[in-house]
Design a binder for this molecule. Structure first.
Ligand code: NAG
Length: 368
């Protein structure tokens, strides 16, 4: 009798434990951190987040192993411990890759063969465990042929299987797996491997920004809303992207909406013609962090505008025009994400905020 009782209690316990691991996240309020702008990890107000991404680990182009550069190793290896001082329940993910064509081509060649995929997968798991991360994030920008999309799917399937096997043998909770993806499931008429994504990833970081930039291949001759939520003139918008992902078959609960804590600057052709889609003459500056934009506004007494149709902010002074997200755009987007049943939001990147104004706005807009 007693042993039957014990068996029952034990099986209930194991069931609940399993439920705990498979239930997934209830919300993702996240941001990336990068050493790029020298914003110290210890300064992050981690109480505003459920998850923090440490960016980036690198992919070795000859061995296809994931590595942390020696200049980053001190900050990366203590990242989790440091951010958990203010918020013991915050989870951390090591993000691999990032933008740039040479990284994209290294990802593409790694993903072609089972053996090179295995190098990537095994080394990534080892690196995450050795540096105390709770998960891994793949930032391949972007798989850009049909074969690369297929190989991306194979990589995800094998990665999830390896993560599950490692969890079984180590007895630890499985590593979280996420990927940062294009704003739409349709990447210039190539469709992401939806089935593999749905089966393997805990969530997708939807990069709903850089939709309009002053760069040559994008919109150098017209200003634009860099991270439009809606777009009266085309399908280039965060909302259109989210809808495309859902229509392709990815559950809303797997989508995390990207928020830019930075903007893009254009040079106006005519200082008196300063609307959205006004004639422009290329970039006025490099990509600008939110803090830098706020300083620019103060120093130049720039005019600021919130456009609620598109959900973007912009400012202008003389012939400089900057499109960005201020608190109104951020809170409208977070309310949108929650209303659509998405899993949450993430920001690129926390160090570009100004005194956590945007991070706080986002956290409050989502609510507890
Ligand atoms: C926002 O900008 C678009 C494009 O210029 C314009 O059509 C729309 O009227 C603006 N919305 C508001 C509320 O000003």
């Amino acid at each position: 009798m007693a042993s039957k009782m014990l068996a029952y209690v034990l099986s209930t316990f194991l069931f609940l434990l399993q439920l705990h691991f498979s239930a997934g996240q209830s919300v993702v309020k996240a941001a990336y951190w990068t050493p790029r702008n020298e914003f110290p990890v210890s300064s992050i107000d981690s109480t505003l987040f459920t998850h923090l991404f440490c960016a980036f680990a690198d992919l070795n182009p000859s061995t296809y192993q994931v590595t942390i550069s020696s200049s980053n190793s001190a900050q990366f290896s203590t990242f989790t411990q440091t951010v958990q001082q203010k918020n013991p329940s915050v989870k951390t993910l090591l993000s691999i890759g990032g933008g740039g064509e040479s990284k994209a081509s290294t990802f593409a060649s790694m993903a072609t063969q089972p053996s090179t995929r295995k190098s990537f997968i095994d080394s990534s798991i080892k690196l995450a465990r050795a540096n105390n991360f709770h998960g891994l994030d793949l930032d391949w920008e972007y798989p850009s042929t049909k074969e690369e999309m297929t190989n991306f799917g194979s990589l995800l399937n094998e990665w999830r299987a390896a993560v599950a096997a490692e969890s079984k043998s180590s007895g630890k909770a499985p590593l979280l797996l996420s990927a940062a993806v294009f704003y739409s499931s349709d990447y210039y008429s190539l469709i992401y491997p939806i089935q593999a994504i749905s089966n393997t990833l805990d969530w997708l970081n939807v990069m709903a920004y850089d939709l309009y930039t002053p760069f040559a291949k994008n919109s150098p001759t017209k200003t634009g809303p860099p991270a439009a939520l809606y777009n009266p003139t085309s399908k280039v918008s965060g909302n259109a992207g989210v809808r495309a992902w859902i229509q392709s078959g990815v559950a809303a609960k797997k989508l995390v909406l990207g928020l830019p804590f930075y903007g893009h600057g254009w040079r106006l052709v005519n200082a008196n013609n300063h609307g959205i889609f006004a004639p422009a003459n290329g970039a006025a500056s490099d990509e600008l962090g939110y803090g830098g934009i706020k300083d620019f506004i103060t120093q130049n007494s720039a005019t600021t505008v919130y456009n609620s149709t598109i959900v973007t902010d912009y400012c202008y002074a003389g012939t400089t025009w900057i499109g960005y997200d201020d608190t109104q755009s951020i809170s409208t987007k977070v309310t949108y994400a929650k209303g659509k049943g998405l899993l949450g939001y993430f920001a690129w990147h926390v160090g570009a905020d100004k005194n956590f104004a945007l991070s706080q706005t986002a956290s409050r807009a989502w609510g507890a």
